[in-house]
Design a binder for this molecule. Structure first.
Ligand code: SAH
Length: 348
């Protein structure tokens, strides 16, 4: 049997062309696109304004990739929800809903696992299993939107995986998530976080998108950064920061610099001082993240006093800085831990 085409990964233009080839009237493409992306349909059966025979012939050619929630934990503190989704091939991924005053934000995964090897990160411990398709990235948002029955207005691509290591599917995802006929999420409300893949950052700057790019910096000198992030051996800070400046110049979008504070490794005033110097001619702000200790590694979180001192030091030197608010602290520890505990249980 021939493998069915993943219809949720097709852009509106591709879908129009495909359906035109099947001899369908023009308006059908928009109808079907809206079912898939605006109404988050899980099957052709839901598309009640299509003739039954059309639904049948679509189902013969196409599959509607839909994720299945296998676990969900809701925080009693702040409404944060962590979802564990099963993919068709049995892999599982994690997504998180965060409720803010400005709207609902979903943090999505871009790969199953990751091959970047950052030392403090749980998602990379078993390496990369595979890239996610555009449909699998989109459907994390669709399932969560349907679950809570509310609009999702913001997306951060900060879950498992390195989004720029799955570049083509990511671009497809970004264009489709912001399509007016779909979820219509403003590109300004979408943030993509990268560990610093320089060639892809430069390519992204030329895509005419208005998304925010976040760089996982985590260190103010190459030696410390190489200790925490193997990718820093390939791309030294000078090159990465050049790519950040280029992103701002090409898109007009200010950068976000993420900095996870690890006790004794990158959290002293000396580090803050060097960081301020490093970012002197950048446009953007620093987001400080108290590191989430994972059980496989012995990195410890900086204490509150150190974090505040680090922040003050940056502010005194004219750097915009925020401390990431911790959400859903009652439902799990570090990012990716829900997935890991699920896999551990299954494997016994
Ligand atoms: N691969 C991308 C996006 C996924 S990680 C990237 O590297 O940016 C999203 C952010 O969480 C990154 O800044 C990452 O370095 C950080 N992160 C991962 N594990 C963490 C942990 N245990 N504690 C604090 N931050 C962590």
């Amino acid at each position: 049997m021939m493998e069915k085409t993943d219809i949720r990964s097709l852009t509106y233009e591709e879908l129009s062309e495909e359906l035109g080839g099947m001899g369908l009237e023009r308006y059908r493409a928009e109808q079907i696109f809206r079912w898939l992306h605006e109404k988050a349909a899980a099957s052709f059966d839901e598309m009640t304004n299509l003739p039954r025979t059309l639904r049948q012939s679509l189902a013969e050619r196409y599959e509607v990739v839909t994720l299945k929630a296998v676990d969900m934990r809701a925080s009693a503190l702040d409404g944060t929800r962590k979802y564990l989704f099963a993919l068709a091939d049995g892999n599982v991924i994690e997504s998180v809903l965060m409720r803010y005053k400005f709207g609902n934000s979903v943090c999505i995964s871009s790969q199953v696992g990751c091959r970047m090897g950052c030392r403090f990160c749980a998602s990379t411990l078993d390496g990369l299993a595979r890239d996610l398709r555009a449909s699998e990235m989109l459907d994390q948002i669709y399932r969560i939107g349907r679950d809570i029955g509310e609009r999702i207005s913001h997306v951060v691509v900060m879950g498992s995986g390195e989004p720029l290591d799955n570049y083509d599917n990511l671009l497809r995802f970004l264009r489709m998530a912001s399509d007016e006929r779909g979820m219509n999420i403003s590109q300004r409300n979408i943030t993509v976080s990268t560990c610093g893949l320089v060639p892809q950052m430069r390519r992204l700057a030329g895509e005419r998108l208005q998304i925010t790019l976040a760089l996982s910096l985590h260190a103010s000198d190459d030696e410390t950064r190489r200790e925490l992030m193997p990718i820093a051996k390939r791309y030294p800070l000078g090159e990465v920061l050049d790519a950040c400046r280029n992103y701002y110049e090409k898109t007009g979008r200010r950068m976000t610099f993420e900095y996870s504070l690890v006790r004794g490794i990158n959290d002293t005033e000396k580090h803050a001082d060097a960081l301020a110097r490093l970012l002197r001619d950048q446009h953007g702000h620093v987001n400080l993240i108290p590191v989430n200790p994972i059980r496989e590694r012995d990195f410890a979180r900086s204490d509150r006093k150190h974090i505040e001192a680090f922040k003050n030091c940056l502010e005194k030197r004219g750097i915009n800085v925020t401390i990431r608010r911790e959400m859903g602290s009652d439902i799990d520890g570090a990012c990716g831990q829900l997935r890991r505990s699920y896999i551990r249980e299954k494997e016994g």
